[in-house]
Design a protein around this ligand. Structure first.
Ligand code: ATP
Length: 137
């Protein structure tokens, strides 16, 4: 099967590097699928579910905001965080969601509001992906 070189880099680690057959990433206007020989493209990535197939195995990952560059046979995705769906700590994400909601209600300052919205989006993305894989187990 034909492949492209996929690199997924999070703030704290190189999450994945190697040949991949397919990737679907969460874009600003929904999911985008990429196969080998995709046209050149740069796009924003929004916190959510990312799926890719490497070595015939499907992987489900939750990623944070970032961007992706598709250039020739290379796909490079850079994001705030990347976690395998099965590694998501649901209780931690639930607590992060509740904290963010409390801070949003408090409406302290505009910057605090924007930070809380981003924290809420990260927590919601983690909860959504982990609940989806639990339902499919
Ligand atoms: P928290 O307030 O719980 O730290 P956060 O959204 O602020 O959540 P991040 O700054 O996005 O956390 O991530 C910091 C590190 O912790 C990253 O390595 C990320 O992968 C990891 N992480 C954060 N939340 C979870 C979670 N619920 N399950 C697994 N790993 C997590």
């Amino acid at each position: 099967m034909s492949t492209f070189d996929l690199t997924i880099v999070a703030t704290d680690k190189v999450f994945f590097q190697g040949p991949a057959e397919f990737i679907v990433f969460p874009g600003l206007d929904g999911e985008h699928g990429v196969l080998p020989q995709h046209e050149t493209m740069v796009a924003a990535v929004q916190a959510g579910e990312l799926r890719y197939t490497a070595d015939g195995k499907k992987q489900i990952v939750v990623v944070g905001d970032g961007f992706v560059e598709i250039l020739g046979d290379r796909v490079t995705l850079i994001c705030d965080f990347a976690e395998r769906a099965e590694d998501i700590d649901v209780m931690r994400a639930q607590r992060a969601k509740e904290r963010a909601e409390e801070r949003l209600k408090a409406r302290r300052s505009e910057i605090e509001y924007i930070r809380s919205q981003a924290a809420l989006a990260r927590a919601m993305a983690r909860l959504k992906v982990s609940s989806k894989i639990r339902k499919n187990l």
